[in-house]
Each structure stands twice: as structure tokens, then as C-alpha cells.
Design a protein around this ligand. Sequence first.
Ligand SMILES: Cc1cc2nc3c(=O)[nH]c(=O)nc-3n(C[C@H](O)[C@H](O)[C@H](O)COP(=O)(O)O)c2cc1C
Length: 265
Amino acid sequence: MKILLGVTGGIAAYKAADLARMLVKRGHQVRCCLTEAGSRFITPLTLATLTGEPCFGANPDYHEWRPNPKVEHVDLARWADLVAVVPATADILGKTANGLANDLLSTILLATTGKVLWAPAMNKAMWAHPAVQANVACVRGFGHSIVEPAEGMLACGEEGTGKLAELVDILEAIEALGRPRIPILEGKRILVTAGPTREDLDPVRTLTNRSSGAMGIELARALRDAGAQVHLVLGGDLKAPRGIQVVRVRTPWRINAPSISHPKR
Ligand SMILES: Cc1cc2nc3c(=O)[nH]c(=O)nc-3n(C[C@H](O)[C@H](O)[C@H](O)COP(=O)(O)O)c2cc1C
């Protein structure tokens, strides 16, 4: 897939280098576009070296790919199968939600007709702010995908939601967006059940089977990528894919449960 990786001015920008490397390793062609603020956190040289492609953006030295310099934003927007903004600042979300385009990345984001994925990262109060949430809802309304920030220790020293999602989750979301949808499954609600079954006999013993649940999880993932709305009933402890409603099940031991009768000797 041809991926344009937009890197904006958040402290998590350094993680974009790792994501670029992971995407290249998976066989994708990656071109990066740095905002001016992004280039204060990470250098174009790092991204250009890791991707083997020129890095575009605010720094004029890195406007290198110029089949026609007048329409660079359009060329890049047309080139990309997918634009991923990782990390996405409150600022770039606000600009796109409101149709503003005052630098290369924000212009590409308006010029693209392809898929767009955002992985926001910011302070927890910024993320919770109604203006940011309204902008997120707005870009969702454009059909863009969001990999929501995670909870944890933030760069500002606070604890809360705002941390860039795990890179493996962002990578998975990018690849999922790139897979072809299956029209017959689009929007269908599908229930998948995945093992193992676990039924407690008493407080210390459990009846179970050797299922890991992995096959059901992969089915759920494939159905999600094909466009279905998937609900997964999951027996085990494996991590569930994002974008799937999960209900974890286990039949617990109850004090009044009928006890197993043991044969008399
Ligand atoms: C040290 C530092 C860290 C910052 N971290 C973030 C951040 O994590 N998320 C965010 O939305 N803005 C952050 N900002 C603010 C943005 O850099 C600022 O809004 C900038 O204008 C964003 O520009 P851009 O969206 O064009 O990259 C940070 C600013 C500084 C100085």
C-alpha cells in the first residue's frame, strides 16, 4: 500500500519513526510529511532514511519530490492509498474538521479522496475538551478512522487518556483499512463466538477445553475488515482486536451450583 504518514507537533512524534520502519518492513511504500511543529520534534532526515523516500513538509529543503511543484499537495494526495496522521495534534484535527489548509499536510488532508486514519495524542484535558471531541466527531463524519488514544502516563507527567495508541494497534488499523471490503458483509451485524469454554467446578477447579480462541478472533478480525459490525463472545484471555464489541464469558462457580457427585468406593 502507498501510505502518506503525516507527523505533527506532539511529543509522540518520535514514535512515528518506529511506525514508518514497521510499515516499510511490512512491504508498504511510505512517504512522510512533517508539519513545521513536527519537524521540531523529529528530523526529516530520520524519516527519509527509514522510508527510503524524501520527507515532505514545512522545511523547504525537504520539498524534494516535485514532478510539478505547483501542485505538490495534489500529487501527494493522489499518490497515497491512505493518509495516516500519527501522532495527530489537536491543532491538525481542528484544521481538517474546519476545512483549513495552511501547510502541506493540512492541504493534503483536504485534497485527498482516499482513506484517512488519525491517531491523536495529547494531554488528557486537551483530549477531553468538547472542541477536540467535536472535531473528532466531525472527521469521523467525513468517513475518517480514529485510533483512539490510550490511557496511561502522559509526557506531561499526568495520568489519563491521551497517550498515543500502541504502534501495533495503529499498524493493524492501517492495514485493516487497506483491505478490500466485501459488499455483502458491509454493515451486517455478525456474532462470532470464540473459545475456550471455562466452567468452574468449584473455587479451585475448572472444566475447559484446549481452544485458545485465536481462530474465532481471526474470523472476527477478517469480518471487521470486510466491513461487518462484529460482536465477539470470547472465552479466553487473548487480546481482542480493536473495533469489535467484545463480551468476555466464563461460567463462574456459584455456591449453590449442583455439585459433581463422585462415585462411592
Ligand atoms: C513540548 C511540546 C509538546 C507538545 N505536545 C503536544 C501533543 O502531544 N499534542 C498536541 O495536540 N499538541 C502538542 N503541542 C502543541 C503543538 O505543538 C502545537 O499546537 C502546534 O501548533 C501543532 O502544530 P501542527 O499541528 O501543525 O503540528 C506540544 C507543544 C510543545 C511545545
